[in-house]
Design a protein around this ligand. Structure first.
Ligand code: AMP
Length: 145
């Protein structure tokens, strides 16, 4: 079985390179590739109750993400700019919704193989796997020291 439309979730750090490369290898010459990055609401990081206006900071974060996403399209010609998606919200929910909307049959994410406390905090890969509308490929990321 070959995949037809692969959704690659990127956190826009240098770690997204191995994730994109693996997705391209799985896609071969036939599957369509889409990229998605989710900008998470800043208030969420502060527990939802912040006594200041974060809208300007949030806009800067959004603009920066857009620029980085654009740079990835320049770096990997297999990625088409019109198939880049920038969303605002909670990664699991946004990735699942987009995968359904775009009829993707595979989601590719990076995975850190966490231990101890970090495991308790959870990972986006785990989160995305639960309730996913299609197959999920977790690409093992090796810590660079
Ligand atoms: P994490 O568990 O947060 O270390 O992230 C592991 C993987 O989840 C990354 O390599 C990405 O594939 C995906 N990911 C994490 N954060 C985001 C985000 N904000 N938008 C899209 N994908 C993300």
């Amino acid at each position: 079985m070959t995949y037809e439309h692969i959704l690659v979730a990127v956190d826009l750090t240098e770690e997204c390179d191995p994730v994109i490369k693996r997705a391209m290898a799985v896609a071969g010459d036939s599957a369509k590739l889409s990229l998605v990055h989710i900008v998470e609401p800043m208030a969420m990081a502060f527990g939802g109750d912040v006594p200041m206006d974060l809208s300007q900071l949030q806009q800067q974060q959004f603009d920066q993400a857009k620029e980085r996403l654009g740079r990835l399209t320049d770096k990997y010609p297999a990625l088409k700019a019109e198939q880049n998606h920038l969303k605002y919200g909670q990664p699991r929910q946004e990735i699942h919704e987009l995968a359904k909307e775009q009829q993707c049959d595979l989601i590719v994410v990076g995975s850190h193989g966490r231990h101890g406390l970090a495991l308790l905090l959870g990972s986006t890969a785990n989160d995305v796997l639960h309730g996913a509308p299609c197959d999920v490929l977790a690409v093992k990321l090796v810590k660079s020291s």
